[in-house]
Write a protein that binds this ligand. Sequence first.
Ligand code: PLP
Length: 424
Amino acid sequence: MDYFKIDKNLELLDIKATEKCSKAFSRIEKNSEYNQQKVLSAFIDSGVSEMHLGVSTGYGYDDVGRDTLDKVAAKAFGAEDALIRHSFASGTHTLSVALFGILRPGDTVIVLTGRPYDTITGVFGVDEKLDGSLKDFGVNYEQVELLSDGTPDIEEIKLRLSSKHYKMAYIQRSRGYNTRKSLLISQIEELCSAVKSVSPDTVIMVDNCYGEFVETREPTQVGADLMAGSLIKNPGGGIAPGGGYIAGKKEYIEMCSHRMTCAGVGREVGATLGHNRELYMGFFAAPHTTAEALKTAVYASALFSLLGYTVSPKTDEARADIIEIINLKSKDALISFCQGLQSGSPVDASAVPTPAPMPGYSDEVIMAAGAFTGGASIELSADAPLREPFCVYMQGGLNFYSGKVGILLAADRLIKDGIIDLRG
Ligand SMILES: *Cc1c(COP(=O)(O)O)cnc(C)c1O
């Protein structure tokens, strides 16, 4: 390496790690080619043209660019309809709009995949009746725990769903900050058919964050009625400056649209303020960008397993999202890793991540991110709560060769700080 100085022994290990990735890489490329064709044909079939990339202001009536992008997203996700908007403030906001769009006072929602992602627990009101939460609006919450191996408890799910009526069954695809495995599309398919077999009119909704374009099918193609995700993750392709999407059955998207703006108005308003071009370009780039992030995760898994660490998923394991977990075994190692990774970022490389308390977390958290878009986790990033078992969660990488430098510099920092010894 001419531009980055790393330990000589680490350079040798890089060659081994790269060789170890070849099978996984060819699988990723195959999926990426398939998904790129899927997205390209959605663009062509929807008649995307230059006029769709323009700007609307004010109410945004008749923004044909916005309405056509909805069609593109629906086609690419194999869904009847979709809403894709820069104006969703975050993934959590998008999921919240979908939940409030469907659920009504007195309804019960059942989460099939254990405790949900941290910020979503607030939306449901899992722990307390937070102001503005679903619980505050009279929506009841239930949760089915995962089995001890981290997979959904299909028997228990069927039992619960046949015992009474649930308006919605909710599935979280990605592991979030949990050590359970993320759900493969085949597992989501199995869950959907289990729900439909006992309760056909329960709405199945999937939190699809981090999962888009990882496999060749999306949850809406295997039985989910509704799914939602964030545009600063996979489907924004690293280009969308923010936003989210909801995709699914027409009648449910209609209901969500009245929560997104207001009753009686729905999707007819919403100026795109010049963001159409970035959202189109980002969605077009998404299959490729997701593949680059996946390669970065696979490489991290290969290198750190050669360095003797436990990683999940393993290098050749089937992947359901772009997250890689490395068990670094100590607080000092987490700090060194994040500081090393940061030093290989295209933006803010000289920043030094340090552990700090975070609202909503009981332990201090350390985060590395040197991204073009604030908080974008489709860009190379890592974070870790400073607690047992000292796992770092890393994801993203707009392009593999740059992501790989970040991973190598993280490993090099562990060597320089005396945590890893490659001599002899
Ligand atoms: C990212 C993510 C969300 C949404 O988080 P935001 O930070 O609000 O975008 C929800 N669920 C899962 C599993 C996620 O990974």
